[in-house]
Each structure stands twice: as structure tokens, then as C-alpha cells.
Design a protein around this ligand. Sequence first.
Ligand code: ADP
Ligand code: MG
Length: 616
Amino acid sequence: MADIIQLLPDHVANQIAAGEVVQRPASVVKELLENAIDAKATSIQLVIKDAGKTLVQVIDDGIGMSATDARLSFERHATSKIRTAEDLFNIHTKGFRGEALASIAAISHVELKTKTEVIEIGTHISIEGSEVIRQEVAVVPKGTTISVKNLFYNIPARRNFLKSNPVETRHIIDEFHRVALAHPRIEFIMLNNGSPVFNLPSSNIRQRIVNVFGAKTNEKLVPVSEETDIVQVKGFVIKPQFAKKSRGEQFFFVNNRYIKSPYLHHSILSAFEGLIKEGTHPGYFLFLEVETTSIDINIHPTKTEIKFDDEHSIYAMLRASVKHSLGQFNISPVLDFKKDSDLDTPYNLDKMNPVAPTIEVDRNFNPFENRNKQGDIRFPFKRDPSTSTTSWEAMYVGLKNEESQLDLDEIEFESDEVSGSLFETETSKPSKTTFQLKNKYIISSIKSGMMVIHQHLAHQRILYEGLLKNMTVKEAISQQLLFPLKLNFSKPDLAIIKSIQEQLEHTGFSFSSFEKNILEISGIPVSVSENEINSVLEQLISDINNELPDAGFSQNDLLAKSLAKSLAIKTGAQLTTEEQEHLIHQLFACKEPMVSPTNKPILMTLDVSDIDKKFN
Ligand code: ADP
Ligand code: MG
């Protein structure tokens, strides 16, 4: 039998390669935009006609090409970006395979106009199906304009396989977003069928995200920023309450290259676990920087999948940094990053030196879990008339009378074990070390002296953290009313309530109708009594009306603050010792027990040494 193997002609080889690189017009968009970036353009314009089926044009102000380079750029494996095999492991450019232009030119009509800085005159080349039709000089500005027309004109099967214009346009916009987000410093303009779609000026990452996805995005962003030896992570995640039903804004960039990674995506999912509703997807824009030698980009023709040397560490690091950010911005109740006392112990020992309260702090204690077991978050213990007669105020009065008989040593060294013994009288129960002052402050003895807690502010903090958690985790308990409560509101006020209906429902409210001026409420949070509802909602409406638009505060935050303020036990409310202790217990289970949601100090401590000075 005669020999049957032959080498494929170049244009056939190019067409086959094109099958891998160019699936649809959006692939052309990606390759051309990336070439413009590699050419150090500062401004890039994308022009699309007929969803890219008729025209994809990219105009850049980059370094341009000489006449010879312009011709060579369409050859297969022609690239200016790598020279040796070693270079493959140290890639700093988007392209390097040298096959995009060759592939595109094999399956379309291409016009290239280009000029470098130093050469006076530019070059104009026309190619059809890998064949150079024309090459001439041209008067053009510095930079490159590539027009790709009639894509797949010579492969009818591929052309027919393309989806409808809206679908193909969507793919193009997706590619445009990916490239534009990865390069915020470059100006990008996009025109579709003659009308402008995007006009993105040079900016920082946050502004770029907002310019691409709209002004409302700004308040949804939570910054993420961590650095380790192997990877640096920057960027933003979308606050859990804005998680979308559709898989929308999910972007990983590695060394400014958009990549797809189901594995790393999973690490973000796990960071958001418990914070978003089932069936919704977290949003993220995360920029990873790694050593170019620690990744392999060469495993996929479109270079959207890469291989990391140390994928597991990157997974863990990503998950931890996203959790950390969600926690820091008070969105997630769980923190597990960098065991930092500042963040996840109930209080900061450095600042509160030394504060070891005489109560045990159960770090896993969650006031909102098993509320029935723990009791109502507002008044955790039922008032018992017999305990109120033993209130510490009364005992303190008695104590004063016997002042002269007191052993000072006992005060100074009061500890968990002996706490209470000092104050034991016939009428008191043992081991109580708190008392209420003026129905306003709770005084507790601590190792170093005493602590004074503002009861109203402390309770605000407790409620605030619980409400925020309810809103993000969405597990509030509602008490259903026997008869729906009907309240009158003005139309604008009713509209405000309607606009935050979902968040209110996460705190335990349920609404049965919003007719005319009447709001019908069928369920309320367990922590609110029926006759308070009106004032609570009115306070909320006024807080929302007074709130200046501030990107730093989410609606959830505002809502939690407002509800906490109106629901917290008031100054003047008498508390039993059990209630006082429970309040302290809950306070120190909070993430930030030192300051109220509105940034007022909740407590102060007085050292015995300070008291001693008074007696010198
Ligand atoms: P690659 O980007 O992988 O090198 P391409 O086929 O995309 O391969 O491009 C081939 C070469 O053409 C590039 O290496 C570059 O030197 C040149 N080139 C392509 N587009 C441009 C452009 N917009 N400006 C300047 N040079 C370009
Ligand atoms: Mg390229």
C-alpha cells in the first residue's frame, strides 16, 4: 500500500486550531481585548455589530506593530510574548500561544491597521480565510485596530450553530466584564450596533465594579484583603443579603486573568454557608496574586483554567479571608480566622486590663439559640417577687451601715469562688456579685475591682447582634397573633415598611396585608410585645427617614440598630439579680461588648488601686 499520511496545509491546521480557540464571537472579543492589553493600551474600544456575527472590532492605543510584525502576527505560533519553553512557566502577558490571530484569520475576514510610535507610516493588511488579500501603507494613529468580519463565513455549520443575537451579545458582555474588571486602570468603551453600552473611565477596582454593575452595587460590597507567603487576596464579596437567585457576579482573577475554578468557588460557598438562602448564590470579585512560577496557565486553549502548585492552601486561605471579612463587617456571626482576641473572644483583654468577670463566659453561648430554653431575650427570667426583695441595691444600703466591720482584703481579692460571700446576709441568696444602681447601671465585681455596665446600652448591643444574625441567617422565631394587629400609617410610611418587608420578616414580623393606609400584622418577633409594635415601627420609619445615604451601612444594619434601640430595656427598669447576671452573660457573648451599636461606651471599670487612692 502506498504511503497515505500527509501534512495538513496551514489554512486547514489553522481552522482546526480555531475550533478550540474560537467558539463564538465572544471568544474573538476576548482574544482581541487581551492582545490590546498586552500591547500596553491605556484606552480600548470594542465595537460590535449583529452580536459580533457581522463585526467585532477592537481599537487600541497600544504599542502597535511594524509592517513585518503585522504580517507575521497571523502566522501560527507567531508570538512576541515568549521565546523559550522556560518562559512558559513565567507568564506575565495574557497571550503567549501565538495562535489567536492565526485562528481568527482562518475563519473570517480580517482587517488590521497598525502603527508603532517610532515608525512614521502605518500598515493596513486584509486577510480572508488565512489568505493575505492586500497589504499596504496607511496613515493611522499609533496603536492597532483589528476588525473581524463575517465570522465562520467559511464554516456554515459553526455559523448556524451560533445562538440568537441576545444570547451571543450576553456572552460578549460577559467577556467584556471579565477583561474590564481585571484592568480597572485601562479605559474601556463598548459600542453595540452603533450605540454606547459601556463607558468605563480609568479608576480603582471598586469604582470599576460600580461602573460596570451600577451605583447600587457600592453599598453591597464588603472588602476582602489578606496576604500570605503564597497568595495575596484583594477584592470584594457581595453582602449575603444581596445574594442572587441566578449565578451572577462571581469573578476570580489570578494575576489579573479571569479564571474559572469550581474548586476555589467551593471555598467561597463554604465561607458563606449559613448566611445565604438556599438556592441563592454568593457574589464575589476576588483578585489573587501568586508567583507566576507557581501556576500553569497552559492547560487550556482559552486559558481560563489554570493549575496552582498549592491549591489546598489557596482554598483554605480564601475561605478564611472571606469569612474574616464577613465577620469584621458584622455580617457573619462566625469567625475562625487568625485566632485574634480582638475578634472572637468576648472582649479584648488588652483594652480591658484586667477584666475577668465573676461570671463564667461561655463562648459558645448564643442568646438566640433555643430561645425557649434560654428564655426571652428581653427578660430572660420571669420576675420572681421573692428575688426582687433581695435586690442588691437594698443589700448595698445595708452594707453601708456595717461599713466599719468590713474586711477590705475580702473586697480586694474577691474571686469566683468567694464571690458573694462578702455580701451574704440572711436575706440574700449566695454567690451574687451584681447589683443595680439607680435602675440604670449594673455593678459587678471583677478581679481588679469593679465594672459598671450601662444596662440600656448593653441590651442594645445584645439585641443588635442577635437581630443582625437573624437577618442574615434568617431563622427568627415569630409569635403569631390571635387577632391580626391593624395599624394606621401614611402612604409614604407604609411604602417604607414595604420596602424592608423581607428584612423585617427575618426578625420575626409577618404581615398579612398592606391595604391603603392600614398595615395588618399577623406575627411579631418574640422579643416584642404587642403594644410596643406601633412605637417600634414608628421609630424605625423615622430612623430610615433620617438616615443619610451612606454606603458603609446596609439596610439590615440600620434596621437592627433601630429595633435594638426601641426594644432594649430602658433606663429606670428594675432588674432582678438573675436578669442582671443574664444580661452580663449575654453581653460578653457578643462580638463587641464594649461599644453600643451607635458607638457609645457600654461599660467602665474601676480598679481597686484607684479606689485605694481615695482612702489615702
Ligand atoms: P499571542 O497573543 O498568544 O502572542 P496572538 O495570535 O494573539 O498571539 O498575537 C500574535 C502577536 O501579534 C502577539 O504576540 C503580538 O506581538 C502581536 N499583536 C497582536 N495584537 C496586537 C495589538 N493589538 N497590538 C500590538 N501587537 C499585537
Ligand atoms: Mg493573543
